[in-house]
Design a protein around this ligand. Sequence first.
Ligand code: RET
Length: 236
Amino acid sequence: IPDVLTPSVDGLSSVVYGVGTLGMLLGIAVVGWLLRDETLDSGSGRFRVLLVIPAFAALSYASMTFGIGVFTINGYDVEGMRYLDWLVTTPVLVGYVGHVVDVDRSVVYGAAGLDATMILTGFVATTTTGMLRWGAFAVSSVAFLLMLYVMFVQYPRRANTTTPERKRLFLRLRNQVGVLWLLYPVIWLASPVGFGLVSTLGTAMLVTFMDVAAKVPYTWVVHEHRGIFGTDRVSN
Ligand code: RET
């Protein structure tokens, strides 16, 4: 049974995670500052909810900085808080993209469910060995591809509100997810848990960079377009 409660993280990775924590907090601070003069009923209230994404990640990164939730299994260090962060926040990132063009709830939940399946089976791949590991990796990758199919094919087809502004925001967020997220399985394969082409520290740096890049600009982009949620209410 892995010992989850005893802090164990090497010094340099810990520094990288400290930087990740600051990156998430800085992202929140910038949006908070940009919103300083806006009241909650100006349409930005709806948008503010998204700040839970970098906020949850900041907590997760702070934990990892101190080695909390890090356990060693099959000889690899696994950050439990990272998977918890991904499990909670990535379905929100994916679901919100559909919400922007007012896609029916069932489709949004379908995409979010595929995303959660991808993260859970990815966690299984990370913490097991042999056939189970590669089977779980394959299932996770298939869930990822299906999720991209929903975002790229079903979301546009099922959009109920496609004003030009909504469409523009939709495309920016969706394409960001479609491009950036493909690197995660590549990094996993290159990391010590995969083929060991990149060190533990290198993996920590790459994933930290990716996590900040996937979360902080996302909230900035939505912030820029927050006007679409003013008078024009989303019905679903
Ligand atoms: C894993 C390994 C198994 C195969 C696949 C993966 C995909 C992970 C992804 C993670 C995205 C995380 C984000 C975090 C934001 O902060 C689990 C690495 C497909 C796509 C966007």
